[in-house]
Design a binder for this molecule. Structure first.
Ligand code: TXA
Ligand code: MG
Length: 352
């Protein structure tokens, strides 16, 4: 399949409008279109069409028990795909939507099993991105969209990366340049909220636990804290089914290190063993290390910059002859919690 690629960086131009209309036409015809959101690029398909959803799984090589998020442009579109809106969900809508948050609610009958993986809930998101909004409105349907990467790889934060993963496998790519946040939306389960002021964060993101806490009574996290909890949670049906899979992984195995001393010691040990080691480093530490392959994560005091560049930095080493990677951990608070979550998964839990 030849993938059509459109530049949608200049909003409102004739070229822009043509690209949006073509994207919408392809979506309505059951084809797949990748588009930017404020978090990462999405791989869109008609969210009411089971065949289009199956194409999404196929193009990504994604396990079919990992459900998709439905993207809408407004509250009118949102209310059509859920059967009930809880009070806590209403509070989240008012405070954070449109924005980098996904809410789990009971599904409406029109939502196919191919979207939800057979669950009785559906994940809904209203992106705060003009291209995404215009595309969804022009298509006139909810758009099912996982991140636009081959399953297991870091999510794409620009058009070229989408193209590298998916060109030849999908109908079109709308290239709107770099995304704002660089990591996927916060996922919040609002289904248990009936009569109670409680939500559970299934995946941390730019809308932080602290921000949710300000408007909701009890904010829980689903992330297991230790090995025993992790084993127990793997035996239960997973709440965000995607959380059980390895994710975001660079090609060379990555290990997280807790401090500079450990980084220096581990680097020495690996060099002696003849390994070619790639380093991800805070900008402040970057000049200190003499290695062939290193890249800067950004300043340790600027977590927003670190998040925005993270996936590109992980992918950077894929083209280089490195045997392994070392990466520092960031403070686990605010947006840092989302970055740590992705780093842990990218490292497959390896931590020194
Ligand atoms: O920022 C984002 O959320 C991006 C952009 C494109 O919108 N999308 C994204 O989609 O990250 P994806 O498919 O890569 O991640 C969706 C996650 C998966 O972990 C999936 O298991 C979970 O959402 N999910 C989907 N439906 C669910 C449901 N009904 N209950 C619990 N988790 C659900
Ligand atoms: Mg993904």
């Amino acid at each position: 399949m030849k993938t059509e690629i459109y530049n949608v960086k200049k909003i409102g131009t004739e070229e822009y409008t043509r690209a949006i209309d073509r994207g919408a036409e392809l979506l309505r015809a059951g084809e797949l279109v990748a588009f930017p959101t404020e978090t990462v690029y999405g791989l869109g398909g008609n969210g009411l069409d089971a065949d289009a959803c199956r194409k999404i799984y196929e193009a990504k090589g994604r396990p079919s028990d990992n459900p998709l998020i439905l993207h809408v442009a407004d509250f009118e579109g949102l209310k059509k795909i859920v059967s009930r809106v809880t009070e806590t969900a209403e509070k989240i809508f008012a405070a954070f939507m449109p924005g980098p948050i996904t809410v789990i609610l009971p599904r409406a009958k029109c939502v196919p099993d191919a979207v939800t993986g057979g669950l009785d809930t559906v994940a809904v998101r209203m992106p705060d991105n003009q291209v995404a909004r215009d595309l969804i409105l022009a298509a006139g349907i909810p758009v099912a969209a996982p991140s636009a990467n081959i399953s297991g790889r870091p999510s794409p934060t620009n058009g070229e990366t989408v193209s590298r993963d998916l060109a030849g496998r999908i109908g079109a790519i709308l290239d709107g340049g770099a995304t704002d946040w660089g990591i996927e939306s916060t996922i919040v389960d609002c289904t248990e909220a009936e009569g109670r002021d409680t939500v559970t964060i299934l995946r941390p993101g730019a809308i932080t636990g602290e921000m949710l806490q300000e408007i909701i009574g009890v904010v829980k996290t689903a992330a297991p804290k230790n090995t025993a909890e992790k084993e127990a949670s793997l035996k239960r049906a997973p709440m965000a089914p995607g959380m059980k899979y390895t994710h975001y992984a660079p090609k060379a195995p990555m290990t997280l290190v807790t401090d500079g001393e450990t980084m220096a010691r581990e680097l020495r040990r690996r060099k002696i063993a003849g390994e070619q080691v790639g380093l991800l480093l805070f900008a402040e530490d970057y000049p200190e290390y003499e290695v062939d392959y290193k890249c800067s994560l950004g300043s340790r005091s600027d977590i927003r910059e670190i998040a925005a560049g993270l996936y590109d930095n992980l992918r950077y080493f894929d083209e280089l002859p490195v045997d392994s990677l070392l990466c520092p951990v960031v403070p686990d608070e605010g947006l840092g919690a989302a970055v740590v979550n992705r780093l842990r998964k990218a490292a497959g839990g390896r931590l020194l």
